[in-house]
Design a protein around this ligand. Structure first.
Ligand SMILES: Cc1cc2nc3c(=O)[nH]c(=O)nc-3n(C[C@H](O)[C@H](O)[C@H](O)COP(=O)(O)OP(=O)(O)OC[C@H]3O[C@@H](n4cnc5c(N)ncnc54)[C@H](O)[C@@H]3O)c2cc1C
Length: 470
């Protein structure tokens, strides 16, 4: 519980109705989309502007009250689970588009805007904001920036980081800074904009963001290629890139995922093949036609069982929507769904998927894999039941082996979902203890009282790394 003095000071900033601390409200904000993590906050607060956030932060810093900024809570690393209590800070009132600048191709938004609303608003003006996490119907831009979210269009267009031009940030001492600007070139001092991207709410609170826009592609086409095996699909991916074609989307689903997605989406996806590639190209009509024609040929040469090009934009949309629903579809199978995002160099995708299947077998757990074949970002997803402690132990062991294998293949423990609590015990596997210490030094220089999202990114203990046997 908050000390009454602190509670009253916070109410004097936001008003009684914007500080929630009934048991029901606290329970609602005690967890996020990550299974198996829950901790009660002391209060939930809904500021209306930067000035209010600044005052809240000053009080929290003085009384050492943890602050957990929260967008829509869709993160998959327990990043908004209030592990050490304190206040959960919502952006419910700060969800506006402040400006679309068609001369400089930028959009300026408040952090609480929903990603898809932003995408649609700029598309109405013939402009394009490419980062498209599958959660875009509910995720916020503040969350996307703090997780450096990726999406289906990441291969060709990059991730959230590549579109953040400027930020307004309330620092843990309550000072407000503005980073970057409407500038293609700006090397005035450290790049604080980049530092804030992916910082998971641990360095400050983003209260405004200016994002880069590009002209909307003239057209796009979508196709599916079916393969007997993942190796065949992997070979096709390498061949497409080696032919100097960068598709807008290059996704794969394994047989297990396909079956579940088809059962959910019912759009006639084949369920009896080893793997499927979902490929999309966009751009000028003649380039799209030329690239799709070449990709069809490459897939056929890579022994695709069949290749189908969507005959209409609606058919194409149904295919990409089905891919976006993969996690929700898998979640219907068992009470608990744990989705990870181990990432490897593109050339290692088929090998990594094979290893994931082997590891799942060894630990006797059910794992399906789908993901971004073009950029090596895999989503091994385990369907399990958190109430079964013995099984959960096996699941944890399996994921530890998967992370170890990904690193061995030159990859990483997370490509887009962030570290949060869930992957903090593995961070040193990727960075080394020295790397983690350097990050901690930075964190404590910004936030000496450790009020910003404490308990995230840095684990109390690193897990022991076991080398996976071939
Ligand atoms: C079905 C599903 C599909 C998904 N698909 C993808 C995908 O394709 N790609 C992908 O990258 N991720 C994906 N995710 C993960 C998740 O949606 C993203 O990480 C998303 O960016 C989180 O947005 P959010 O608004 O829910 O943020 P939250 O979960 O509320 O917060 C995420 C982090 O940002 C911090 N934060 C939020 N707002 C601020 C702020 N204004 N200032 C400071 N810190 C802040 C929080 O403290 C937390 O650490 C998926 C999740 C689900 C459930």
């Amino acid at each position: 519980m908050l000390a009454e003095e602190v509670r009253q000071k916070l109410i004097s900033i936001v008003g009684e109705k914007n500080l929630l601390d009934s048991e029901e409200n606290l329970v609602v904000y005690s967890y996020d989309a990550t299974p198996n993590y829950q901790a009660m906050p002391d209060a939930v607060i809904k500021p209306r502007n930067t000035k209010e956030i600044q005052e809240i932060v000053k009080i929290c810093n003085e009384y050492k009250v943890p602050i957990v900024p929260r967008g829509s809570g869709t993160n998959l690393c327990a990043g908004t689970c209030p592990l050490e209590g304190g206040i959960v800070l919502l952006f419910t009132y700060m969800n506006q588009i402040l400006e679309i600048d068609e001369d400089n191709l930028t959009v300026t938004v408040q952090p609480g805007i929903i990603t898809l609303e932003l995408i649609q608003a700029v598309e109405a003006k013939g402009l394009f904001y490419p980062p498209d996490p599958s959660s875009m119907k509910i995720s916020t831009i503040g969350g996307n920036i703090n997780e450096n979210s990726g999406g289906l269009r990441g291969l060709k267009y990059g991730v959230t980081r590549d579109y953040v031009m400027a930020l307004e940030v309330v620092l843990p001492n309550g000072e407000v800074i503005r980073t970057g600007g409407k500038l293609a070139k700006d090397v005035a001092g450290y790049d604080f904009t980049r530092l804030m991207v992916g910082s998971e709410g641990t360095l400050g609170i983003i209260t405004e963001a200016m994002l880069k826009l590009i002209p909307i592609p003239e057209t796009k086409k979508t196709m599916l290629a079916l393969f007997d095996s993942l190796e065949g699909a992997g070979q096709a991916v390498s061949a497409i890139i080696a032919n100097k074609i960068i598709p807008a989307t290059l996704e794969f689903l394994d047989q297990g995922t396909l079956e579940v997605v088809e059962d959910f989406a019912k759009i006639g996806l084949p369920t009896n093949v080893g793997a499927v590639l979902l490929i999309e190209q966009d751009g000028p009509m003649e380039v799209v036609d030329r690239d799709i024609e070449k990709i069809v040929k490459i897939c056929e040469e890579s022994e695709a069982i069949s290749v189908q090009v969507a005959q209409s934009p609606e058919e194409g949309l149904a295919l990409t929507t089905a891919r976006r629903s993969a996690l929700s579809a898998l979640a219907r199978k068992k009470p608990t769904t744990i989705l990870e995002d181990a990432t490897v160099p593109r050339s290692k995708v088929a090998e990594m998927v094979r290893e994931i299947n082997k590891i799942a077998k060894e630990h006797n757990v059910e794992i399906c894999t789908f993901g971004h074949a073009g950029d090596g970002n895999l989503h091994p997803t385990c369907m399990t039941d958190a109430r079964n402690e013995e099984e959960m132990h096996r699941v944890e062991q399996a994921f530890a082996d998967i992370f170890a294998k990904a690193i061995e293949l030159g990859g990483t423990i997370t490509g887009e979902h962030g570290v949060g609590v869930m992957k903090s015990p593995y961070l040193a596997w990727k960075l080394g203890e020295e790397g983690v210490n350097a990050m901690k030094t930075l964190k404590f220089a910004f936030d000496p009282n450790n009020i910003m999202n404490p308990g995230k990114i840095f684990a109390k203990e690193t897990k022991k790394r076991v080398v996976v046997q071939k």
